[in-house]
Design a protein around this ligand. Structure first.
Ligand code: ADP
Length: 253
């Protein structure tokens, strides 16, 4: 694949206490750098703003209040981008911030502008880092989660592959956290069939989407003949290993 969208889940970008996981970001930066060196183009969709906001302020109060949540995202987005900027710069890679809402994908002049900005950044070898613009989104009108934002970005950019990095090796027949004997599903060519045959447990404490939004994202990109992979972001060199076949994750074709 030449054009790759990589989505980073909240539980992957932050450690247990909500602090941004610098070790993970460093490994991501080095993997993205080697993809660029191979002539590939990468767009990152990153979660984690709200959690970073929580750990910045060191308080959890009023966390269900919508405006408070939006404020936490605004605070955390800066922390998040700051970490991306510093760590990617170590590998001589520049990053750019793109904040989007669902409406942006329904408006043709906006999608044209987004596409043009993406193309220009990528021509300059700058990595766009996309996140939802939480300030202008009330909970109900949000894209909902970054799995769908990543899928919409993948389609808009006409990428070849969407890689969703989470804290699990892929999609299992039942929740791997609750069931020790859960089996990894390596290939999905029929999402309706898959949905009938698996059970979906709770998502991780910081995750928002869970498995059902990942299936929704897969449906969208597959409709445009684009493959999607769910894999474990915590494994060393996961992107390279996926490309070489050493690691499989769950592939949606
Ligand atoms: P992210 O923040 O990376 O988007 P989520 O927490 O939203 O991740 O979703 C991943 C979590 O979903 C896993 O950590 C796992 O505990 C849970 N889960 C529930 N059911 C399943 C299943 N059938 N297969 C895989 N993971 C599952």
């Amino acid at each position: 694949s030449k054009k790759i969208v990589i989505k980073i889940g909240s539980s992957t970008i932050t450690s247990k206490d909500g602090v941004i996981n610098k070790k993970f970001l460093d490994s991501l930066a080095s993997q993205v750098k080697s993809l660029i060196d191979k002539g590939k183009q990468v767009v990152i969709v990153s979660s984690g703003a709200r959690i970073a906001g929580v750990s910045t302020l060191c308080r959890w109060s009023r966390k269900e209040d919508v405006n408070y949540k939006q404020a936490l995202c605004a605070i955390g987005q800066v922390e998040l981008m700051d970490s991306y900027r510093i760590i990617f710069n170590k590998y001589n890679v520049h990053v750019a911030q793109i904040l989007l809402t669902r409406e942006d994908f329904n408006d043709s002049s906006r999608t044209l502008n987004i596409r043009n900005t993406l193309f220009t950044l990528l021509d300059e070898n700058v990595i766009p880092i996309v996140n939802e613009n939480d300030t202008v989104c009330v909970e109900e009108i949000k894209i909902g989660d970054n799995d769908m934002l990543a899928a919409q970005t993948t389609v808009l950019w006409n990428a070849d592959l969407l890689i969703i990095l989470s804290d699990i090796n892929g999609i299992y027949d039942k929740s791997p956290v609750e069931h020790k004997d859960a089996k990894l599903i390596e290939l999905v060519d029929n999402i309706d069939e898959l949905e009938k045959n698996i059970s979906i447990g709770r998502s991780s404490s910081f995750g928002t989407g869970g498995i059902s939004t990942k299936l929704k994202a897969a449906r969208l990109v597959n409709k445009f003949d684009i493959n999607m992979i769910v894999a474990n972001g915590k494994k060393d060199n996961i992107i390279e290993k996926l490309e070489s076949g050493e690691e499989k994750g769950t592939v949606f074709i």
